[in-house]
Each structure stands twice: as C-alpha cells, then as structure tokens.
Design a protein around this ligand. Structure first.
Ligand code: PNS
Length: 160
C-alpha cells in the first residue's frame, strides 16, 4: 500500500492505456497524483495546461485521483509532495530499458522513493500517445483508444 503515489508522464494526450494503469494502481494506492512533466524534451501537440485539463476530465469524480503539472526532477517533486511511490506502465520489452534507467536513477536521487510497473490490459499494449497523435493527425479514427473529450480535442487540433 502507498499513501500517496505519483503517476508521472507526458500524457500528450492521455489514452485509454494511461487510464487502465491508473485504475489498476488504485488497488494499492490511497491517493494518486497524475503529474504532467513541464520540461519534457519533446515538441508536444497539447500544451501542459491542455493536457492537465484533459486528464481532469478523464478522472473527474474520482476522489482518490488528482492532476497537476511539475517542473524539474521527479525525485524532487515526489519529496515535496510526500509521495513514496512512482507508478509507471510497462507495455513491451522496448519500454524496459528507459524505464529501468529512470527507476534506478530516481532511486539514486531519492532512495526512499520506490517505482512500481504495471502492465496494461493486453489489448492496450500497442497503444501510445505518439501513435494516437499520428493517426489522428492523418484523420484516422482513434475513438477506440481515447476518452471522447480527448477525441474532440484531437479533432480540433487537426482541423485546419
Ligand atoms: O510519458 P513519458 O514521456 O514517458 O514520461 C517521462 C517522464 C516525464 C516521467 C520523465 O521524463 C520524468 O520524470 N521527467 C522529469 C525530469 C526528471 O526527473 N528526469 C530524470 C528522470 S531519471
């Protein structure tokens, strides 16, 4: 059990895969903060504020979940928030190297911070925000992969 856990990421945008991981984590987490990293190196489709708003819509009415953004190191943010756990999703072996490096580096920076990996449902293992952005950008149907509000936001971004 964890009193307060963080689920950090880019969430550009949140997908059903992220949602699946959040719901699984609630089995052993009292409170979960979904935390959007402000200093991601990628060029995002959605601004941080847009991503936070979409996450708030997806997890509206969930008393155990809150959404925020953070700047700087995850380990520092976790310490400031009093979080003892980081939740990350692991879809395939290809995720492993980056996740392993990040978890061990975060442990080095903050030894009291534990990282746990959860696997999404099988039908979501091939899903990623980047593939959703790409399909939606070319006008493809991503309604099976994202919340209806995210779908609306994607359509609005890709329409001229
Ligand atoms: O969804 P992503 O892009 O895979 O999430 C990566 C994220 C945001 C969790 C990671 O880049 C991160 O924690 N960034 C904050 C800065 C930091 O602490 N970097 C060192 C990690 S060891």
């Amino acid at each position: 059990m964890s009193g307060l856990a963080l689920y950090p990421g880019s969430f550009d945008p949140v997908t059903n895969g992220h949602e699946d991981i959040v719901r699984r984590s609630l089995k052993f987490v009292d409170r979960l903060v979904v935390a959007v990293a402000r200093n991601g190196s990628k060029t995002p489709l959605f601004s941080v504020d847009e991503r936070v708003r979409l996450l708030e819509v997806v997890f509206a009415g969930e008393p155990k979940i809150s959404v925020c953004s953070f700047e700087g190191l995850l380990a520092d943010f976790a310490r400031a928030e009093g979080a003892d756990l980081v939740v990350r999703g692991l879809r395939a072996v290809s995720d492993f190297e980056f996740e392993f490096q990040m978890a061990l580096m975060n442990r080095q920076l903050s030894p009291e911070l534990e990282t746990v990996f959860l696997m999404p449902d099988q039908h979501l293992t091939y899903l990623s925000s980047s593939i959703v952005r790409e399909i939606a950008g070319f006008g493809g149907d991503v309604s099976a992969f994202v919340h209806p509000e995210v779908l609306k936001a994607l359509v609005a971004k890709s329409s001229p």
